[in-house]
Design a protein around this ligand. Sequence first.
Ligand code: UDP
Length: 336
Amino acid sequence: MSKNILVTGGAGYIGSNMARLLKRQGHNVVIYDNLGRGNADAAMDIPLIEGDISDRNTLAPALEKHNFDAVMHFAAFAYVGESVTAPDIYYRNNVCGTLNLIDTMREFNVNRLVFSSTCATYGEPKSLPITEATEQNPINPYGQSKLMVEQILKDYAQAYDFRSIALRYFNAAGSAEDGSLGERHDPETHLLPLILFEALRIQAGGDPKDTNLKVFGSDFDTRDGTCIRDYIHVNDLCSAHTAALERMIAVPDKGAEQFNLGVNKGYTVLEVIDACRKITGVDIQYNLVDRREGDPPELVADASQAMQKLKWTPSYPDIEQSLQHAWDWFSKHPPE
Ligand code: UDP
């Protein structure tokens, strides 16, 4: 049945894909985004309210007007490195902003939230793959800010019957299958786009030896010394959100739940670069540099809980498909 859904951060990378999927599924969708890091055109034809989650004066009328059944909350800062050097904005936006959002939701009797959490809440896990029961011990303010919100959601479930599902994303990758939406961050700090930008530079006549690509750390205790991550296609992340929405409605009394979203496969940074060479046909080079602060060596998901309880299956279990979609997108939309 059609629902009224507010998507915060719906002009961002994952949020815009989500808003579009919900619309296609027949839901009434409104995007709420301050456009600080999002792009208005990513909202496409979905109504966009320009506002900050910390701004009650914009949020309250939006919630009052639309009678939302649930909120999907993507609006957040999400750069590990930046969170180490500027923790203030991470705690203010990700924690205080979310608190303002959920308190304003409660005021207007909107009591269901799908929350974008992260594998960064686990820090350096003692065992792999990571299950939801793995101890959460974040090693950077980004992960810490998301863990704080998870705790708030647990307490709100207990005290106020506030229903939520926190989805702990591993590394989001890829672009919409139909090429309509892609990844655009400013500044871009994520590995996959930066590798593909390097391929575009060389394709445009640049010398491979003048590479801009840096590999952060080659002395980790991993098979080739570089960090291992679990890359999940953005469309698979989105399909898990609709499954979470359905679960919150079908099983209202579960309080605050948390699920890992990954594909249970880890790639080192060098393996990702190699896969990009194959997809692009370009001789991508890199420089090995120091570790980036806040990066754990290995994060790989056990997502079996999401598969069982959300009845969710990733359609793109291999990184190659994500890379191909991302390459198709960046080839048509090169960075300015
Ligand atoms: N990384 C890298 N060079 C870059 C950007 C990222 O070597 O220019 C590494 C980073 O250290 C991490 C992995 O690539 O091990 C994924 O980083 P990204 O920033 O894409 O996502 P994160 O894991 O921080 O969410």
